[in-house]
Design a protein around this ligand. Structure first.
Ligand code: NDP
Ligand SMILES: N[C@@H](CC=O)C(=O)O
Length: 376
């Protein structure tokens, strides 16, 4: 049986769903000759590490209790069953993860799975690649930091997987890698890459107020922890940057033209997420309703579109024909058109659910299985 030891960072919507998938896929994975051994799980404050990380990992009953505890909003330090695991808090966490990476990385191998939404994980990830660890990301921030961080993280392409950073569970990165590795140059990507903004645009088009729709998107697990990351266009810009860098552009986030759906006065330095959702956002209802109406007069609909073409990389609202691939998009679906030498007249089109905890966690799990060859 091939053992894949892993540490999960982030047990929010996606991380919890991943743990549940890992537990429920035990017999399927056993048939494939694979065992996923979870040796550590952390959130923003605590790290739980298996006492016997070389052969046992954290038991499934405890992994499911981790999910229950986090869903209740409690701290991981309230977990029962001491002896099987140890808990490290705050500043001890990072040191412990790097120690575990040094112990397991070059012996059994170890995968760090980042399902957080934080840029604080970049420091750990940068260090554990030096211990030959693998990295699997749903979190876009590590790949959208500086070019130096990016180059370090992708320096061993076999050891990094990040399919869920763009299009959730859709095979976007894998498809692009296949095209690029065959020498077929990609010259244009256009698409709708935000499940939240796709859902928002199609629901607003159906007459619902933006403020109500964004709250639904949050409760459906589509938004970032702070939905302003979606509404500012920043989350789509991160996806665009990941794609542009994959195509070979040496650009940073500040090279991307980004249209925000809210003004600076509603930014995170001015009001909390709760204040924004409680009263700020309803002030945006009228403007978007008018824009939708104006577009409809021309037989068009609004979509939040990402365009990458040569050195041009921009994300923002466009009026598109109702009866076009972008215009027909509904709900949280993403669509991506890829134009290359082989796909010149008719693009390669990838479409489907582009957000949600289940599909995202499936994408992460498939990435972990995809690196199985690196483990014994
Ligand atoms: N939801 C979706 O449809 C998709 C999400 N993604 C990405 O998946 C990631 C997770 O999203 P989601 O689960 O919705 O987010 P949540 O906000 O639900 O969960 C985030 C988790 O990360 C933890 N965390 C925060 N800081 C750190 C840190 N420094 N170290 C370790 N853990 C930390 C949080 O801890 P605490 O509980 O203590 O706050 C929380 O458990 C995001 O990066 C998102 O962009 C990607 C594709 C689709
Ligand atoms: N908030 C994101 C989640 C996936 O990356 C989105 O809405 O697309």
């Amino acid at each position: 049986m091939k053992n894949i030891p892993l540490i999960l960072m982030g047990v929010g919507g996606v991380g919890r769903q991943l743990l549940q998938h890992i537990v429920s896929c035990r017999s399927l994975h056993a048939k494939l000759g694979i065992h996923l051994r979870v040796v550590g799980v952390c959130d923003s404050k605590s790290l739980v590490v298996a006492s016997d990380m070389f052969s046992m990992g954290i038991g499934d009953d405890i992994l499911l209790e981790v999910c229950r505890v986090k869903l209740d909003g409690s701290s991981l330090s309230t977990l029962s069953g001491s002896g099987e695991f140890q808990i490290f808090m705050n500043s001890e966490m990072m040191k412990k993860m790097i120690d575990v990476a040094a112990l397991l990385g070059k012996s059994t191998g170890l995968a760090f799975v980042d399902c957080s939404a934080s840029s604080e994980t970049i420091g750990v990830l940068n260090q554990v690649v030096d211990s030959d660890c693998c990295i699997v990301l749903a979190n876009k921030k590590p790949l959208t930091s500086t070019m130096e961080d990016y180059n370090k993280l992708v320096s061993h392409p076999r050891r990094i997987r990040h399919e869920s950073t763009v299009g959730a569970g859709l095979p976007v990165i894998a498809s692009l890698n296949r095209i690029l590795s065959s020498g077929d140059p990609v010259h244009r990507i256009i698409g709708s890459l935000s499940g939240t903004l796709g859902y928002v645009m199609s629901e607003v088009e159906d007459g619902k107020p933006l403020s109500q729709v964004v709250k639904s998107a949050k409760s459906l697990g589509y938004t970032e922890p702070d939905p302003r990351d979606d509404l500012s266009g920043m989350d789509v810009a991160r996806k665009a940057l990941i794609l542009a860098r994959l195509l070979g552009s040496h650009i940073n986030l500040d090279s991307i033209k980004i249209e925000s759906l809210y003004p600076e006065e509603m930014g995170s330095s001015v009001m909390s997420t709760e204040e924004f959702l409680g009263c700020g956002i309803s002030l945006l209802d009228k403007n978007i309703r008018e824009r939708v109406y104006q577009a409809s007069l021309n037989g068009k609909v609004l979509r939040y579109v990402c365009v990458i073409e040569g050195s041009r990389c921009e994300v923002g609202i466009q009026e598109v024909p109702k009866n076009s691939p972008l215009g027909r998009l509904r709900g949280s679906d993403n669509v991506l058109e890829i134009y290359s030498r082989c796909y010149s007249e008719q693009p390669l089109v990838i479409q489907g659910a582009g957000a949600g905890n289940d599909t995202t966690a499936c994408g992460v799990l498939a990435d972990i299985i995809d690196i199985q060859d690196l483990f014994s």
